[in-house]
Design a protein around this ligand. Structure first.
Ligand code: DX5
Ligand code: ZN
Length: 221
């Protein structure tokens, strides 16, 4: 599977959203990662469906919604209508995961499970048949610019093994940077989500190209 780069809007300049998004779209990023936070599941607030709708109507890039909210089910209809291309819900708050993933898929978009650094993979093992992708958190969610938690590499390796022959997309989110993308790709990650490593850089196109180049070295091993 080839590597996809999904810049996280969290590190962009929110006063210039359209320009910021156009820049990474023109630079060939495959997806735009949208961090939706409610101030309850995580100690931070970002934006919700109205902003996502505006982004969807003013750009062509595929939207990857990461719901860091206590009640993800309440947002699914509005986000699929925006539309976004996929939605990840956190295993830590989803009590009826099979139903939630089914609701996302029945809207015709991809369903993903996000999992925090200290949550066991065994929590999601039985749900893999209903998921199109897994979002492995490599920081505790809530903020951009945090340091990558190195134990994530082993978790991605174990998840890739669990997926077996399935072409499961494994996305990694948090602290992704030039120094760790080769190891992440080698461990089995296929989507690299990067906030500060893209929007925190002056030349976003160069940052995306560099990440892709560095990751391809790991992917070839
Ligand atoms: C953290 C978010 C991430 C964040 C990543 O809660 O889920 O998507 O934007 O930012 P960096 O790449 O700076 O760690
Ligand atoms: Zn995220």
């Amino acid at each position: 599977m080839s590597i996809r780069i999904a810049p996280s809007l969290l590190s962009a300049d929110f006063a210039r959203l359209a320009d910021e998004i156009a820049e990474i779209e023109n630079a060939g990023a495959e997806m735009l990662h949208l961090d939706i936070m409610d101030g309850s599941f995580v100690p931070n607030l970002t934006f919700g469906p109205p902003v996502v709708r505006s982004i969807a109507s003013s750009s062509e890039i595929a939207l990857d919604a990461h719901l860091m909210v206590t009640h993800p089910d309440t947002l699914i209809a509005d986000l699929t209508a925006a539309p976004v291309s996929r939605i990840a819900v956190h295993i830590e708050v989803c009590h009826h995961l099979q139903r939630t993933l089914g609701n996302i898929r029945s809207a015709g978009i991809e369903a993903g499970i996000a999992i925090n650094p200290a949550s066991a993979l065994s929590l999601i093992e039985d749900a893999l048949p209903w998921a199109d992708f897994i979002l492995v958190m490599s920081v505790n969610p809530g903020f951009g610019g945090q340091a990558f938690i190195p134990e994530t590499l082993g978790k991605i390796r174990r998840l890739r093994k669990l997926a077996g022959q399935e072409a499961l997309d494994i996305a990694v989110d948090g602290g992704v940077c030039l120094e760790n993308v080769a190891a992440l790709a080698q461990a089995g990650a296929t989507t690299l989500i990067a906030g500060s490593a893209v929007f925190g850089q002056h030349d976003r196109a160069a940052a995306i190209a560099e990440l892709r180049r560095a990751a391809s070295v790991g992917g070839e091993k």
